[in-house]
Design a protein around this ligand. Structure first.
Ligand code: ACO
Length: 328
């Protein structure tokens, strides 16, 4: 990639306290632990407390990322929050995080690319740093999907959880940092995963709320097929752009939507499970937060060694996808 080399200087994550287990879901809808585990790999997910909104989760993860990077909030030039569950439509959640952190020198905006949002955010941030426009950028993936989940719909309510992950990006020595970004979209699949109500197409009314149009609506089977296809191909394209091949991967950090989707990516990339971060069993799908939370856990667990080649890859509503190769 052109310009200054850009990499990740620090990671952080935040998970709400409350655990929603499969056993508890059995009491809420017609489902069972065995179905959920075999079809999705999920055993529990975290749910934000009533007083917690997306910015609160993002703030906690950001504090940790800043501490790990060894910089203060006022050194930040830009804050990007990737989310589909902003605190409110306006202002952006990034501005709320900017004020909570006291990042008084930072510009701030939200980025909407669903579960691919974190990778999109990294690509944006690294462009600003590579060109010398900015020195330090905070990229957060944060979602509170429990607020847009219909807990009477067994097709979706078993899948989602809440959380936030954050990273600080800055310049790194030559030979390290991001090597490629492959981003993509296919708006013809917009209906497969959407929140139909509450926007300018279908403003919130008593009827839209009564009909549950403000909840996340998903065609699970079609999203599954798309995900299986795109995870492998996006990762392969990002590797090729970086001049690397599958054999060069030290650690894969995939979006955590479903263990079967992750396993199919591993097969396609010919990787053993121990070269992959998997935490979908403990968190479910946290949308934009899934990849940065898994990355922060890899960091915490000492799984990221200098010179390691990481591949991050995600897919989501839009439809969107993104993959990146990074030398740690
Ligand atoms: N418990 C028990 N049975 C269930 C449940 C449940 N929680 N949910 C669905 N079923 C039933 C269905 O009703 C269906 O019954 P039927 O055959 O009588 O109609 C049966 O189980 C099988 O349904 P399928 O849709 O074939 O199940 P599948 O194996 O495809 O798994 C799943 C469903 C887990 C949703 C899968 O399709 C999937 O993971 N899709 C991708 C979801 C995803 O990745 N979303 C990303 C969101 S990204 C973002 O931007 C937020």
């Amino acid at each position: 990639m052109n310009g200054f080399p850009v990499g990740i200087l620090g990671t952080g994550k935040y998970s709400p306290e409350r655990r929603l287990t499969n056993q508890e879901l059995e009491t809420m809808v017609d489902t069972n632990d065995e179905w959920i585990v075999t079809r999705t790999g999920i055993r529990e997910r975290r749910i934000a407390a009533p007083h917690e909104a997306t910015s609160d989760l993002a703030y906690e993860a950001s504090l940790k990322a800043l501490a790990a990077a060894g910089i203060t909030a006022d050194q930040l030039d830009l804050i990007i929050v990737a989310t589909v569950t902003p605190d409110m439509f306006c202002p952006s959640t990034a501005c709320i995080v900017q004020e909570k952190l006291g990042a008084k020198n930072a510009a701030a905006f939200d980025l909407s690319a669903a579960c691919s949002g974190f990778i999109y955010g990294l690509a944006n941030a690294s462009g600003f740093i590579a060109t010398g426009t900015y020195r330090y950028v905070l990229v957060v993936g944060a979602d509170t999907l429990s607020r847009i989940t219909d807990y009477t719909d067994r097709n979706t309510c078993v899948l989602f959880g809440d959380g936030a992950g954050a990273v600080v990006l800055g310049r790194v020595p030559e030979g390290r940092g991001f090597r490629s970004f492959k981003l993509g979209s296919d708006g013809s699949g917009a209906d497969l995963l959407c929140i139909p109500g509450g926007g300018s197409r279908l403003p919130a009314t008593e009827t839209t709320v009564a009909e549950g149009r403000h909840f996340l609506n998903m065609n699970g089977r079609d999203v599954f097929k798309f995900a299986v296809r795109i995870m492998g191909s996006a990762a392969e394209e990002a590797l090729a752009m970086a001049g690397l091949s599958k054999e060069d991967i030290d650690l894969l950090i995939p979006h955590q939507a479903n263990i079967r989707i992750i396993q199919s990516a591993l097969e396609r990339l010919n990787l053993p499970e121990d070269k992959c971060m998997i935490n979908v069993d403990r968190y479910g799908n946290m949308s934009a937060a899934s990849i940065p939370v898994a990355l922060a856990e890899a960091d915490e667990q000492g799984r990221l060694k200098e010179g390691d080649r990481l591949v991050m890859v995600g897919f989501g509503g839009g439809l969107t996808w993104g993959a990146s190769v990074l030398v740690w």
